[in-house]
Design a protein around this ligand. Sequence first.
Ligand code: HEC
Ligand code: HEC
Length: 291
Amino acid sequence: MEKNKVIFALGIIIIFAIVGAGISIVFGRFVSFSNISSVVAASEKTDVAVQTGMAITDAGGAIAFNPPSVQDAPANIKDAVMLGHNILTDTRKYAGQYVGNKLDCSNCHFKGGMTQGGKNGGLSLVGVGATYPQYKKRQNYSVDLVTRTNDCFERSMNGKPLPADSREMIAIVTYYQWISKGLPIYADIPWLGVKHLKSGHKPDEVKGKQVFADKCAMCHGNNGQGTPAAPPLWGKDSFNDGAGMHKLENLAAFAYKNMPRGNPDLTPEDALDVAAFVTTQPRPHFVPRKG
Ligand code: HEC
Ligand code: HEC
């Protein structure tokens, strides 16, 4: 009897030991697997961050310009990002039914807005995905990127607004979001927006006409109608009088930094004068839509 009890007790102990060891092995594996996989995940994240240049600030703590390339967009949004980029650079081809003149977005937003602004950079769009919705005086309301984009379609392109759910508009907004990747929401992005010239000079349209003849006509045409070398500056194929570029201060700042294209060399005074001349030439009239 005594012997049987001892064997029984030993049996129980052995069974517990085996089960316990089994559990501890399985559990131990489980724990170490999860540790390994979280370490792997973390290092993958760091690699991705390094590869796509996601550093959002430079050594001095300023916001760094480092947009990802359109080809690097993840598979699930790549088609949209590519279409968005094509629409910006070749607007009349990819969204022609909404365009009413002979301009493409990239005539002002050089390279589809993938630039850092500044000299020769045109008007950047890198970061708009992080800075909208935004209050606009024009609407006296906070507008999103669909509304802001349609402003340029209706005014800069003298065309028609895109439906918010159209394939084209979805592509454009997806493109903005992608090229704004990593930038902090509502950061003060230094390369965005038009910075007006600081000059007390009173713009002179008559002097501006001369600047136009000397510095612009060879590309934009004697009557601002455009040539194969440059898009129209006024007339029926240009932006309308509701466009941002129709504002003297905007056109002056843009011309000062970017024109003549490739080799901008205007003085601030010349830029203000030529802007006064160009913005008083005839162009389509903007008629706001009803409703
Ligand atoms: C004739 C020049 C011109 C063309 C062409 C043009 N834009 Fe613009 N765009 C501007 C100007 C100027 C501004 C800034 C106006 C302002 O805010 O005062 C602007 C602003 C924008 C903004 C807001 C940028 C910001 O920093 O807030 C977006 C988005 C935009 N444009 C998209 C487009 C798209 C898309 C097209 C083509 C369908 C286009 N634009 C065509 C001149 C142009
Ligand atoms: C060497 C040729 C050349 C000269 C000279 C030149 N431009 Fe341009 N300009 C261009 C080109 C090209 C573009 C379109 C840029 C692009 O698509 O990358 C452009 C675009 C523009 C735009 C925006 C698009 C539009 O047509 O409304 C304005 C405004 C402009 N130029 C003003 C001027 C002014 C003002 C002068 C004279 C001070 C001038 N340009 C001189 C080639 C030129």
